[in-house]
Write a protein that binds this ligand. Structure first.
Ligand SMILES: [Zn+2]
Length: 114
């Protein structure tokens, strides 16, 4: 199954409460998601809420499986962090994972204008 299908908006709207869905999308749009690993059928990410939460989504033979380390998801509920992590990968197929910027790189002097 393609990622677009198993993490479609329809699927996310089915599993997440409507309020949770909107909060999750806001998290995704606000850059709160660090995708750690994305491959077809499996997404691992860190979502920055009050504290960072580790999120996992998987396509297990057509069944969506998930886990998040936040209290809301403890009972198996589909939380906003899961929505946020699930929202990005199928919609940004060209996404590339980059190592963090090094101190040396970010300290490179910029050319003065003019
Ligand atoms: Zn969560």
């Amino acid at each position: 199954m393609t990622m677009r299908a198993w993490l479609s908006e329809h699927v996310l709207r089915v599993v997440a409460d409507p309020v949770i869905f909107e909060r999750g999308r806001a998290y995704a749009d606000g850059g709160a998601v660090d995708l750690a690993a994305v491959r077809d059928g499996h997404v691992t990410a860190t979502v920055h809420g009050g504290v960072p939460y580790t999120v996992e989504l998987a396509d297990q033979e057509g069944v969506l499986a998930w886990s998040c380390t936040c209290p809301y998801a403890e009972d198996g509920s589909f939380c906003k962090h899961l929505v946020a992590a699930g929202w990005l990968p199928p919609r940004r197929p060209a996404i590339r994972l980059r190592p963090p910027r090094t101190a040396a790189w970010s300290a490179t002097p910029r050319c003065a204008p003019g």
